[in-house]
Design a protein around this ligand. Structure first.
Ligand code: HXC
Length: 273
């Protein structure tokens, strides 16, 4: 990776010239980076619009099989932009709805998302990470839901996704105290997959993305859908829908290719069909 790295410029593949994010594609892996360094990548309405647009474009692009979502060394994302939110009334926030599309969009993104965290992943930033399928963090990254400290509660899914990830009691402590946990603590809670030395988070996340991108895209999409169902429905309904997705894969060329390649002791060449 690295050489041949391609950054979108205006007009290419429908991507805009973004102000608050950057998008780069290297083969089947796209890397989206939040880029509001002066506000520790806080989510404002412009960033939300741009990120939603980028995810729409990446989902539609069949050559992209996995997306890495990162910020900078100093911060993945310090949450929703408090300056922008501070003047909003209840009427404003509920009508304008300028923030919730980001978690909604990331949460239903069909391709795998690998979060690469460093610095801070707080509030809406942690909620964005929890919309991802794999979470890699640099040593010392601080994760938390500090909304309670500013008189609100997590509004981007944290009260639902955090208890599912770490259990009710640990989630409650984090949400009601607003206290941050370190990447190491988050890993022991099951909130982070891997903790890596500073400076290695993007490399490690990309390595995982490349590995995922080498698999059958139809099988990966089915697995992601089945796992998502495990978080939404009861066990018997989840097992039933898993079985339907599993049966469906037996109609794909990729299943034929994958099994043939195994039996012929060669690398499979998946086509996404
Ligand atoms: C706007 C922010 C910001 C935020 C940081 N900044 N977080 N601006 N919104 N969420 C800005 C600071 O104002 C400052 O700008 C600059 O980034 C650097 O931040 P500092 O505070 O000077 O840095 P540091 O001392 O290192 O502290 C880092 C920090 C702290 C611990 C992350 O910034 C912090 O507590 N931020 C707020 C975290 C938070 O409460 N997040 C939840 C938001 S609510 P200037 O111009 O002063 O240099 C939320 C709700 C989601 O996410 C759901 C909505 C529907």
């Amino acid at each position: 990776m690295g050489l041949g790295f391609f950054t979108f410029s205006p007009g290419l593949s429908g991507m805009e010239n973004y102000q608050t994010i950057s998008v780069a594609v290297d083969g089947p892996v796209a890397t989206v980076r939040l880029n509001r360094p002066d506000a520790l990548n806080a989510l404002n309405s412009v960033l939300v619009r741009e990120l939603v647009g980028a995810l729409d474009a990446l989902e539609a692009d069949d050559s992209v099989r996995c997306v890495v979502l990162a910020g900078s060394d100093r911060a993945f994302c310090a949450g929703a932009d408090v300056k922008e939110m501070s003047t909003l009334s209840m009427d404003d926030i509920s009508k304008a709805d300028h923030l919730s599309p980001v978690w909604e969009r990331a949460g239903r993104f069909e391709k795998p998302l690998v979060a690469a965290l460093s610095g801070y992943a707080l509030g809406g930033g942690l909620e964005l990470a929890m919309c991802c399928d794999v979470i890699v963090a640099s040593e010392g990254t601080k994760l938390g839901q500090p909304e309670i400290n500013i008189g609100i509660i997590p509004g981007g899914g944290g009260t639902q996704r955090l208890p599912r990830a770490v259990g009710r009691y640990r989630a409650t402590e984090m949400i009601l105290t607003g206290a941050m946990v370190t990447a190491e603590e988050a890993k022991s809670m099951g909130l982070v997959n891997r903790v890596v030395p500073p400076g290695k988070y993007l490399e490690e996340a990309t390595k995982i993305a490349v590995e995922i991108a080498s698999k059958s895209p139809v099988a990966v999409r089915a697995a992601k859908k089945a796992i998502a169902a495990s978080q939404e429905v009861g066990l018997s309904q989840g097992l039933e829908s898993n079985l339907m997705l599993f049966y469906g894969l037996f109609a794909t060329e990729d299943k034929k290719e994958g099994m043939s390649a195994f039996l012929e002791k060669r690398k499979p060449s998946f086509k996404g069909k």
